[in-house]
Design a protein around this ligand. Sequence first.
Ligand code: ATP
Ligand code: MG
Length: 250
Amino acid sequence: MPPPLLELAAAVKRYGNGEGVGPLDLEVAAGEAVALIGPSGGGKSTLLRLLLGLLAPDAGEVRLGGAPLADDPAVRRRFGYVVQGGGLFPHLTAAGNAALVARHLGWDRGRIAGRLEELAGLTRFPRDGLARFPAELSGGQAQRVSLMRALFLDPEVLLLDEPLGALDPITRAELQDDLRRAFRELGKTVVLVTHDLAEAAYLARRLVVLRGGRVLQDGTLRELVEAPSDPFVSRFVRAHRALGLPGEGA
Ligand SMILES: Nc1ncnc2c1ncn2[C@@H]1O[C@H](COP(=O)(O)OP(=O)(O)OP(=O)(O)O)[C@@H](O)[C@H]1O
Ligand SMILES: [Mg+2]
């Protein structure tokens, strides 16, 4: 068996105020899609930042392909990351934000323009928005720029922190379709955060519930519904079922 592509081994991260996550154990195989769900403050964003090496664990280890994660720009380029809230640079246009790293790597104009065209199609981003600055875009458009930036170099791993949160329901459903197809066809390894259980189950077979910085349950939607590991998981699932989302019984 090859080692898991992504791995947290008893990883602990504490912020200065004593809050944080861990010890966390998580293994993600190459080509697998995992959705992180759970309450606000549960540790989802911190877990992504550990996987990406933006935060170093205080204890335990983070591994990529079986080796300790190296603090190296070449390693970071294997990841596409959508930071929660988008994280666009206000002084760069949509195109400038999306193509930032490609430009840094010396891609020529034609190649950048071609890739922008492809990604604008994939994310349904309006072509005339590419020359605009983030402040001149809607929230959903800005979010699609963040996605384009994460996908730009065609990275093997995608870490997506609430990538679809600010989209209207129709665009969101369309983009869910496109993302699911992209994950499957391109064989991406994906860890994504969402507050929407239906979206989590649509995009990933495996759902990881985080609360208080620990993994409460790791399983399929069916397992969460039928064999919740904790009363909180039942409450979390029920809260979504009350809205008529998947899992609602006949
Ligand atoms: N920079 C920081 N400094 C201090 N504490 C932090 C910092 N970032 C996060 N925390 C704390 O760490 C814990 C985990 O936060 P994290 O941002 O990972 O949660 P989350 O699951 O992403 O929440 P949300 O759904 O609201 O985005 C929380 O208790 C939070 O208050
Ligand atoms: Mg978060």
